[in-house]
Design a protein around this ligand. Structure first.
Ligand code: HEM
Length: 431
């Protein structure tokens, strides 16, 4: 980190704002958006030095997020932790794995490995292939909607709809039997929401050792589970994605075990919590705005716009980290080789220079150039699947509803990596 520039150029983010960036509760009670707003206006590319963490650049402008994400040679994913990690945990992880990350999935890879590993499943996630699953996704959506309507006028939309639906879809595509879905859900919540007292495996405040031990146990559980699936799919190939991963060859050999586990993990995990949060976000927004609810109901062609706007508005993936591979300059700042950068997608998606009325939910927003799926070589592999699932759910759900309204407080998960509603109580009337 270039401390000379810092002392001379006043690049430091004020300590109270830096503290919110690493405070999971600030993401649950929306204070983080006040910090982002302040940063965009006053210090759009500043250095945060929160206690216990290595300093990092805080990237809050849409244009800077894109500029960094598109230069994958200059800004690596894998040299330092890919998600925000405190110093003590990073040290522990380095002792355990010899590197900065516990897993080595696509997001923890750089070229030349990254494009090779991504190419293995890229075709699977393209619209042309996903079309094959549309009929089955619609069946799952219909059954989910029916279960909600059977609740008779009130439900927790997260618990009863948003959590289970994308999980069920991704597990079918992956080839995990339905009976194992609760286990997958629990492991994902432990992986993504380890700071939330409702989902963490150990509820007290954890030491670095306990924390990395807990995460290691979650990874080991995933590993054990998917090792059995790999063995099965090598003997009995099927039409599922697990068969593609299990039989994929890198340089003539099967993927090393750890890489295969990581691959399953990113597909299994990235594929549902994020989509759940965005789906819940759409219903939350519509429940607060009956006029917009009526508008989408009367104009189903607005549903794809509703989906994109919900993903922008919720931005469930709050950040990924990058690190500079060489000295460079961006937005008038000197970034030094080795510096760590936090890409704040949820801030980029409220950037006043890009979005008109960024704090308003507008399902007719056009264009909607949000960065909720990231940008560049690592752009979300599952974006078409996420949008297809959400579109189909709303096509099935909205015509069945006469009205929706909030029925209590919406509660968000406490996490600074992936977060979204964990409780969304609603009242609804059926047509
Ligand atoms: C990567 C967001 C749904 C699989 C990412 C990234 C973001 C993201 C921000 C990092 C991009 C970057 O670094 O530039 C989301 C959101 C989703 C969603 C907001 C839902 C609304 C899904 C689904 C899957 C998925 C359904 C399906 C399995 C992946 C994978 C990567 C990824 C495999 C790694 C790509 C790479 O590094 O090459 N996602 N995602 N995501 N996502 Fe998603």
């Amino acid at each position: 980190m270039d401390t000379t520039a810092t002392s001379s150029g006043n690049l430091d983010v004020p300590a109270d704002i830096a503290a919110t960036l690493v405070d999971p509760t600030a993401y649950a009670d929306h204070r983080i958006h006040d910090s982002y707003r302040w940063l965009r206006a006053n210090n759009p590319l500043g250095i945060a030095r929160p206690e216990g963490f290595d300093p990092f650049w805080v990237v809050t402008k849409h244009a800077h997020i894109q500029a960094i994400s598109r230069q994958n040679e200059l800004f690596h994913n894998a040299d330092r932790p890919t998600t925000l990690t405190n110093r003590a945990v990073e040290e522990r992880v380095r002792k355990i794995t010899g590197g900065p990350n516990l897993v080595r999935s696509l997001v923890q890879m750089d070229a030349p490995d990254h494009p090779k590993y991504r190419a293995l499943t890229q075709g699977w996630f393209m619209p042309a292939n996903l079309g094959k699953f549309e009929g089955r996704v619609r069946e799952i959506a219909r059954a989910t909607v029916q279960r909600m309507l059977d609740k008779g006028g009130a439900c927790d939309f997260v618990e009863d709809v948003a959590l289970g639906y994308p999980l069920h879809v991704i597990m079918e595509i992956l080839g995990v039997p339905e009976k194992d879905e609760p286990r997958m859900l629990k492991l994902t919540q432990e992986l993504f929401g380890p700071q939330d007292p409702d989902t963490a495996r150990i509820r007290e405040k954890l030491t670095a050792e306990q924390f990395s031990g807990m995460m290691q146990a979650v990874v080991a559980d995933f590993g054990a589970y998917f090792r059995a699936i790999t063995e099965d799919r090598r003997r009995n190939p099927r039409e599922d994605l697990a068969t593609v991963i299990a039989n994929a060859r890198i340089g003539g050999d099967y993927m090393p075990d750890h890489d295969a586990t990581s691959y399953y993990m990113i597909v299994a995990t990235a594929g549902h919590d994020t989509t759940s949060s965005s789906t819940a976000g759409a219903i939350w927004a519509l429940a607060e705005d009956p006029a917009q609810f009526e508008q989408v109901k009367a104009n189903p062609e607005l549903i794809p716009g509703l989906v994109d706007e919900a993903i922008r508005w919720m931005t469930p993936v709050k950040h990924f980290m990058r690190s500079a591979t060489a000295d460079t300059e961006l937005g008038g700042r000197k970034i030094a080789k080795g510096d760590w950068l936090m890409l704040c997608y949820a801030s980029g998606n409220r950037d006043e220079d890009v979005f008109e009325e960024p704090y308003q939910f507008r399902c007719d927003r056009k264009p909607n150039r949000h960065v909720a799926f990231g940008y560049g070589a690592h752009l979300c592999l599952g974006q078409y699947l996420a949008k297809l699932e959400m579109r189909i759910l709303f096509e099935e759900l909205l015509p069945r509803l006469k009205s929706i309204a909030l029925d209590g407080e919406v509660k968000m998960t406490q996490a600074y990596f992936v977060n979204g509603p964990k409780k969304l109580p609603i009242l609804f009337e059926v047509n």
